[in-house]
Design a protein around this ligand. Structure first.
Ligand SMILES: Nc1ncnc2c1ncn2[C@@H]1O[C@H](COP(=O)(O)OP(=O)(O)O)[C@@H](O)[C@H]1O
Ligand SMILES: [Mg+2]
Length: 181
């Protein structure tokens, strides 16, 4: 089994086989697999994609237009991310790692119980729904802060080529409940 860093390198290589336009087309397919499901949810945690991730930009605006409460992560320290309400692209600001983040008030932890679904980006996912991130563990810490038993389901969102047989998971790695690709 490849170690985490070797898997990250392999995924970089795989992504480089695609142009930005091709990734955009593949993204549209992935989004088409979750749109209807998300339209049944009211409180949704999503991510504002970077160029090498499944593009969520249009989806976020569709969810907003449909009256959904959409929340995006905001990095507030070397270890922690919090959630802020997404109110449209105009209110986003570039944050840590070049990720666009909302600027509104932070969602209190007590409110996490209202969240029904969390869309989680990743570098790779395996057959047991294990997730590999970029190596800083932000999502592991964030997702483990949901109280048990939790109401929210965690979905890893990825391109098909990001699915691998096995990821060497550590004790702290938080598994997804399912994958959308
Ligand atoms: N719940 C946690 N508490 C403390 N440290 C954590 C936690 N989750 C992850 N980490 C730390 O974050 C670092 C990166 O985690 P890793 O799983 O390799 O990255 P990623 O999930 O981004 O692929 C590790 O050194 C790990 O110790
Ligand atoms: Mg991890």
């Amino acid at each position: 089994m490849l170690n985490k860093n070797a898997l990250r390198a392999l995924m970089r290589e795989r992504k480089q086989q695609f142009t930005q336009q091709q990734l955009g087309e593949l993204s549209a397919t992935v989004v088409s697999h979750m749109r209807e499901y998300l339209m049944l949810m009211d409180n949704i945690v999503a991510y504002y994609s970077l160029p090498d991730e499944v593009c969520t930009h249009q989806l976020l605006d569709e969810l907003l237009a449909a009256g959904k409460n959409v929340y995006l992560p905001k990095v507030v320290s070397d270890t922690e991310m919090v959630l802020c309400r997404y109110t449209g692209r105009d209110s986003l600001q570039k944050g840590a790692f070049g990720i666009m983040e909302p600027t509104g008030p932070v969602m209190p932890k007590e409110k996490y119980n209202d969240i029904k679904v969390v869309l989680v980006p990743g570098v790779a996912f395996d057959k047991e729904n294990r997730r590999l991130g970029r190596g800083k563990g932000y999502y592991d810490r964030f997702l483990s802060s949901f109280s048990q038993p939790r109401c929210a389901v965690f979905y890893g969102v990825c391109f098909d080529f990001q699915r691998v047989d096995a990821i060497p998971a550590d004790e702290h790695d938080v598994c997804m409940d399912g994958l959308i690709s």
